[in-house]
Design a protein around this ligand. Sequence first.
Ligand SMILES: [Zn+2]
Length: 243
Amino acid sequence: MKSFFPKPTFKIDDIISYVELVAAERINLQKGMNFKIKPDYSIFLMSVRRNAPYTDEWDESTNTLIYEGHDAYSNWVENSKEADQPLITPSGSLTENGKFFTAAQAYKMKLVEHPHKVKVYEKIQAGVWCYKGFFSLIDATIINNGVRNVFKFYLQPVELKALNKEIVLPHTRLIPTQVKVEVWARDKGRCVKCGSIKNLHYDHDLPFSKGGTSLTAANVRILCMKCNISKSNKIITIPPIFT
Ligand SMILES: [Zn+2]
């Protein structure tokens, strides 16, 4: 079916609607882990759930995002929150955990040249999403969290110059989902300069390059594209990248 939406392209930390997300990917995403939903990459959806301390961990020392695997469906086990996260389905095929785990192992064992690529979107609240960029799936483990075994997927933020020509982003300044949720509530989903609710973006008040941190809401705010461009012009002399 031909889409009526122009295909949008997002920059990291752009705030988008679910409709824009679907228009960009041309697919309805119904679950969090979507292995090879596109020929060249997979998609992770992230959201902050209550009582979920392991989701959206950011390990600064290794520059990796740690994404937790998914539980068994409730009709597979008695209590999906207490059961080990499954590698295979009851019928014996790989679960999404299993597919991503296998892809990570293949890269670690050098069976493939390039790490698997995962695009990440995070849910800020109902209908409000944020684009987090592309990541390389570099490792996966199964750990016991005291209650059960869960999967951990280790992802490195990358900039894709072309397919399989990635540059690892060395000084990434990923804003944790929890901080974005907090900022969204505080700034009431509007540009803090002009009040616009269109073309919004998470902005670092003090840029990461000048020592600003992404890890607290105090240094992050919502700006619209216009206000972001005028800010960029004041701080740096090279043209902004919004073209
Ligand atoms: Zn504005």
